[in-house]
Design a binder for this molecule. Structure first.
Ligand code: SAM
Length: 200
């Protein structure tokens, strides 16, 4: 990390809890964040919504195999790991600084053993062929650049076909129609593979 980035880095804390639960049943996740919209160093609103969805489904996640794509600072993946899932984080293989962000988030939450891999959308790499069968694929704010949509869909389609039981849990932000003063519009969706199509 450069000196300038270090100066702009802070640990941001996120608390997950259920109504009526005690403090000891809640979860606090710390994410090192550089306030810079480039390089996935920032927790996007989509990540907060997806992490909350993951927390809401924690009972289903114990022992499950989960892959996060376009992880950036990896809030949903870290929450899934804290809920007992076997999580692999991934980001663009050509942006080592993004993979480093994933690792820093793991370390900040005592998850130094969590696997981080390069996974570039639209490319089927040898590492992808070696992935275990997946139960859940996480993607927060991966549909943000229209020119990448096809590549993201190629990757998701490939992963869902390889693991018939897998679901894709994702959030996206509607940016086109948003007025500057409006809060971000974030939509969640769950997709799974059927023999003919991806249905959402
Ligand atoms: C808008 S950020 C979202 C980051 C994080 N998921 C979140 O919601 O906070 C998009 C992420 O996708 C990653 N990304 C961009 N292009 C990619 C590509 N071609 N293949 C894989 N990851 C990519 C970026 O590095 C970045 O981490």
């Amino acid at each position: 990390m450069s000196e300038a980035e270090e100066l702009r880095t802070g640990l941001k804390q996120f608390k997950f809890e259920d109504e009526g639960q005690t403090e000891s049943q809640s979860l606090i996740v710390s994410i090192p964040e550089v306030v810079d919209p480039q390089y996935g160093m920032y927790v996007w609103p989509c990540a907060v919504v997806l992490a909350q969805y993951v927390w809401g489904h924690k009972e289903e996640l114990g022992g499950k195999d989960v892959l996060e794509i376009g992880s950036g600072v990896s809030l949903p993946g870290v929450v899934a790991a804290k809920c007992g899932a076997h999580v692999i984080l991934s980001d663009d293989a050509e942006r080592p600084q993004c993979l480093e962000n994933c690792r820093r988030s793991c370390e900040a939450n005592g998850l130094s053993d969590m696997r981080v891999m390069g996974l570039t959308w639209g490319r089927i790499s040898p590492d992808m062929l070696l992935l275990p069968p997946l139960d859940v694929i996480l993607g927060s704010d991966v549909f943000y650049e229209p020119e990448d949509f096809e590549d993201v869909l190629v990757t998701i389609s490939f992963l869902l076909r390889r693991s018939n039981r897998a679901q894709f849990w994702m959030t996206y932000q509607e940016r086109r129609l948003v007025h500057r003063s409006s809060p971000p519009q974030v939509e969640p969706a769950v997709c799974s593979h059927s023999s003919r199509s991806i249905s959402c």
